[in-house]
Design a binder for this molecule. Structure first.
Ligand SMILES: [Zn+2]
Length: 229
C-alpha cells in the first residue's frame, strides 16, 4: 500500500499502482472514502494507524466491486462505523439495477459484487458529510457521488474522472486504461457531471484510478471536459 499526502487533511492510498482510496481527517477521527478491492482491509488499517487516528466513517463514491471490495470486512471489524453511500446508488447494493424515470435507459455496467453491509446514511447532492460537500456526479454509475473538501479546494472525484495517462472524463478514457470506459453507464451524463465539477474550480483533484492532480487541476479538468466534448 502506497501512501501519498495530498493535503494536511487527505491521504491517498494506492494498490497495484491503479486502485485508490482516501483517508480524510476530521476532528473526531478519519473518514475512509472507498474501500478498494477485496483483501485491502489490513493495508487500510496500517495506513490509518500511521495517521494516529481511528476510522469513524466509511463513505462510498459508488458501489462497483473495486470500491466496495473490503467494505464488509472493515464494517464488521470497525464495530459501529457509519457507512454512507448515495441514496440513488444504494439500490445497487440490493441488486436492483433498473434505471429510474428521467435517467438514460442504458444498461448499468461494470461489476457489482455481493455486499452484506447495510449503509447507515444515505446522501444526496449538496449535503455535507463531515467537512466534505457531496456532489452528485452520475454517469459512470447513475448514483455516483464526488466529494469536495473546501478546506483545501480538493475534489475527490471517484470514477467520475480518471487520470491514468492524463485526466479524462469517465467514458472518454485513454486506450491504456479502457476499464473505466467499459464500466461507464452513460457518457453524456458523465460529461454533464464533469462540467459541474469544473465549475467548482478545484485546486487539487484525486480519482479512483490514477495519480493525483496537484497542480493546475482546474485547467486540467477544463481540458478534459473539452476533450470529451
Ligand atoms: Zn473504479
Amino acid at each position: 500500500m502506497k501512501l501519498i499526502e495530498i493535503t494536511p487533511e487527505i491521504v491517498q492510498l494506492t494498490r497495484f499502482g491503479l486502485v485508490n482510496c482516501f483517508l480524510v481527517r476530521e476532528d473526531d477521527g478519519l473518514t475512509l472514502v472507498d474501500t478498494m478491492v477485496k483483501g485491502s482491509a489490513n493495508g487500510i488499517y496500517t495506513a490509518a494507524s500511521t495517521l494516529n487516528r481511528s476510522m469513524r466513517r466509511i463513505l462510498l463514491t459508488h458501489v462497483h466491486m473495486d470500491h466496495v471490495g473490503s467494505l464488509d470486512v472493515l464494517s464488521q471489524q470497525l464495530n459501529g462505523v457509519e457507512v454512507a453511500v448515495g441514496r440513488r446508488e444504494s439500490r445497487f447494493l440490493t441488486r436492483d439495477f433498473h434505471t429510474e424515470p428521467g435517467e438514460a435507459a442504458n444498461k448499468v455496467r461494470g461489476s457489482f459484487s455481493k455486499v452484506e453491509t447495510i449503509p447507515s446514511a444515505l446522501l444526496s447532492d449538496g449535503e455535507h458529510y463531515g467537512s466534505l460537500m457531496v456532489v452528485a456526479t452520475p454517469g459512470h454509475t447513475p448514483g455516483h457521488l464526488s466529494f469536495y473538501d473546501p478546506r483545501s479546494g480538493t475534489l475527490i472525484a471517484g470514477d467520475a474522472l480518471t487520470s491514468v495517462g492524463g485526466l479524462r472524463v469517465s467514458g472518454d478514457g485513454p486506450a491504456m486504461f479502457p476499464l473505466a470506459n467499459w464500466a461507464t453507464w452513460h457518457q453524456p451524463t458523465a460529461l454533464a457531471s464533469a462540467r459541474k465539477l469544473a465549475a467548482l474550480e478545484p485546486k487539487k483533484i484525486v480519482v479512483g484510478h490514477g495519480m493525483p492532480i496537484v497542480a493546475n487541476a482546474s485547467q486540467a479538468l477544463k481540458e478534459a471536459v473539452r476533450h470529451a466534448e
